[in-house]
Design a protein around this ligand. Structure first.
Ligand code: PMV
Length: 363
């Protein structure tokens, strides 16, 4: 049963053609989404920092088709990624269009060209699905807005997040900045399993310009796709306890954000990262996604924190790269630390400097 609120009204007059363009950033989860139910419904709530520099820019060109004969074949489109026609990206986008069609039936009236670029190297081990799906969902919403000009801003962003989620779960947290919650949580009003909402409570200044230096340990393709990974939580011996822990961690973060308690922040964020990997290490089949250099970096960060008292910590995605998080006042010192002690553990010495961002932008 589709989520009625988001089903578009029947189209009266379609525009002939047009073009819309959005940029959307990636995001890094502090409390992780790992495990889902049908239709990309998360098994637990999550919260993330929206990033600023790692982003996807997508232009959606559309032309009205003369008849609806495309319907039976699905939506007709081409994909151009970084200037090159990409057949290999089509299945993912085709399945996105198929999933969102019950909510955006006007898509059938058009054929499309999806022209996309990432600000970060495609083969950097940074997942582009969050920024990519969110940029595309925003383009679709701009098309919807040109067909239904009365669409209000609040609904626009809510539905963009809802559609992005159908493309890739965590993408729904990339539409807005700067801290976004996805998944129902008892203490977060208006939180939802079907779209992301901006964190509604007080955030101390220290967290408003937090830095994320991404240390690229392994730039290869992900060893386990997130689809396979989420699936491993079905029947996982520790699943129920893990889902409860995510709720508890999100509750515990509320006073942390309010008071600017970086010490407690570190405890929760690092525990989340290690729990995510512990889940993969204890699933059936099991996976070890950290590399020796991931562990070397984690130990270096712990040493640095101990010796300098700088509240620097790490988090991980479902891979070997390390996101190093710290308050902006320590930027220079931490970048020195990266150059002197951590680049040796990065593939080809590569790392990316990012920070918390304000969300997507229409271009
Ligand atoms: O959005 P997906 O299905 O690629 O899953 C993302 C999962 C993690 O990045 C590991 C955690 C998260 O909450 O972003």
């Amino acid at each position: 049963m589709p989520d009625k609120e988001f089903v578009s009204a029947p189209l009266k007059n379609a525009v002939e053609s047009g073009s819309v363009c959005w940029e959307a950033p990636s995001n890094i989860a502090l409390v992780k989404y790992w495990g889902k139910k049908e239709n990309q419904i998360p098994a637990n709530p999550s919260i993330s920092f929206t990033l600023k520099n790692c982003k996807t820019t997508t232009r959606l060109n559309y032309v009205k088709v003369s008849d609806n004969s495309t319907t039976s074949r699905g939506i007709e489109f081409d994909v151009i990624f970084e200037g090159v026609k990409k057949e290999s990206f089509k299945p993912k986008i085709a399945s996105f269009f198929k999933r969102i069609l019950p909510y955006c039936s006007y898509l059938e009236e058009f054929k499309f060209e999806v022209v996309s670029d990432n600000s970060f190297p495609h083969s950097s081990g940074i997942a582009s699905s969050a920024s990519g799906m969110s940029a595309l969902a925003l383009c679709v919403m701009s098309l919807e807005k040109s067909l239904f000009p009365e669409t209000e801003d609040d609904f626009f962003y809510k539905k963009a997040s809802f559609l992005a989620r159908l493309g890739s779960g965590s993408a729904c947290r990339s539409v807005r900045g700067d801290l976004v919650v996805w998944g129902q949580h008892q203490e977060i009003p208006l939180s939802s399993d079907t779209y992301g909402v901006q964190y509604p409570f007080k955030i101390a200044d220290v967290f408003k310009d937090y830095q994320d230096t991404i240390l690229l340990v392994d730039k290869g393709k992900k060893q386990v796709s997130s689809t396979v990974g989420h699936d491993l939580m079905h029947g996982h011996a520790f699943a129920a306890a893990r889902f409860q822990q995510a709720h508890d961690h999100l509750s515990a973060l509320i006073p942390v954000f309010e008071k600017g308690d970086v010490k407690q922040f570190i405890k929760i964020v690092e525990r989340e990262a290690l729990t995510l990997h512990a889940m993969m290490m204890s699933s059936d089949p099991y996976f070890l996604l950290m590399k020796p250099n991931t562990l070397a970096i984690i130990n270096k960060i712990w040493e640095k924190r101990e010796e300098s008292k700088i509240p620097v910590c790490f988090t991980l995605d479902a891979g070997a790269n390390v996101h190093m998080l710290y308050p902006s006042q320590f930027k220079e010192e931490i970048l020195e630390f990266v150059k002197n002690e951590l680049v040796v553990y990065c593939e080809n010495g590569h790392y990316i400097c990012d920070e918390i961002g304000k969300g997507s932008k229409k271009l």
